[in-house]
Design a protein around this ligand. Structure first.
Ligand SMILES: [Fe+2]
Ligand SMILES: [Fe+2]
Length: 287
């Protein structure tokens, strides 16, 4: 067990947390707002969707008491549109005042993992059982934010997190990241994510996707489908080169997971091709 404890982490989560924004995304955002009346709300939505730090800020505001009409889960795009261009500019500026995400290779890999998981969740909705279409709006947001707890931990304790993630450091014989975190700190990134999602007023559906993405069968039955979608998307984005070194070891999801979504292992190539096509169309890569 490290010096850092569960109690300390939980105490820190009660403070005003902000996740750093990727500098490249922030620069493009500023350039868009600099166009004044010609600034394009759709372009702003595209940019917010590319960054977990910005996306969480916009959702926090959309779900806050400033916008009491929001009661169901809304997508990042819907949050930006509800807030509007003028307030969006202020919010983006305020988000940019926090330290920008550092540009080390691991930060870039993680950033890419979040976006790829969002896109993969969306692709699974399209390819899976027809009843999953109910998640069309929320799928990308749930996938993008699934590891928000890991970003919070990395923001608060970058050195500790780097140690836990290093694949050559086999902490207490545990391979899976969640078990390493628990044996080290007594809490894992999914549980941290649930605490911040609730604190920020995110709906239960989104909190569940964040809280149970590594243990989908532990989710309440009414949230199971979205949780399973994110679980499978996380695996696909992690295991097939959409990113490589964040989670060193990935277990193949149970056959029941694939069945519940209505896809099979043989569909992975199709899913990856669709995710890559969406990446090319929608994402300005940070290089
Ligand atoms: Fe995770
Ligand atoms: Fe993940």
């Amino acid at each position: 067990m490290s010096d850092l404890s569960r109690a300390q982490i939980l105490a820190e989560l009660r403070t005003d947390l902000r996740i750093p924004v990727f500098p490249q995304v922030l620069r493009q955002m500023e350039a868009e707002f600099a166009r004044g009346h010609d600034a394009d709300l759709n372009r702003v939505c595209d940019l917010v969707e590319q960054d977990v730090g910005l996306a969480t800020q916009f959702l926090k505001v959309a779900y806050s008491s400033l916008y009491p009409q929001v009661d169901a889960a809304i997508s990042v795009r819907q949050a930006v549109k509800r807030i509007g261009l003028v307030d969006a500019r202020q919010l983006a500026l305020a988000s940019g005042l926090t330290a920008a995400f550092d540009r080390t290779p691991s930060a870039r890999v993680f950033w890419r993992h979040c976006v790829a998981t969002g896109l993969a969740t969306r692709v699974l909705v399209d390819l899976g059982r027809p009843e999953l279409r109910a998640f069309t709006d929320i799928a990308f947001t749930a996938g993008l934010l699934h590891d928000v707890g890991a970003l919070v931990l990395a923001t608060l304790h970058p050195n500790e997190v780097a140690e836990v993630l290093a694949p050559e450091r086999d902490i207490d014989g545990e391979i899976h990241i969640v078990h390493r975190e628990r044996s080290r700190w007594g809490i894992d990134h999914a549980a941290v994510g649930r605490v911040v999602a609730r604190k920020w007023g995110f709906p239960e559906e989104l909190s569940a996707a964040i809280a149970f993405h590594h243990e989908p069968w532990s989710a309440e039955p009414q949230h199971q489908s979205l949780v399973l979608l994110v679980h499978l998307a996380d695996f696909i984005s992690g295991a097939y080169g959409l990113q490589t070194d964040f989670q060193a070891e990935l277990e193949l999801p149970d056959p029941e997971v694939w069945d519940a979504i209505g896809v099979s292992f043989d569909d992975v190539d199709t899913i990856l091709a669709k995710v890559r096509a969406l990446e090319e169309k929608t994402v300005a890569w940070v290089d």
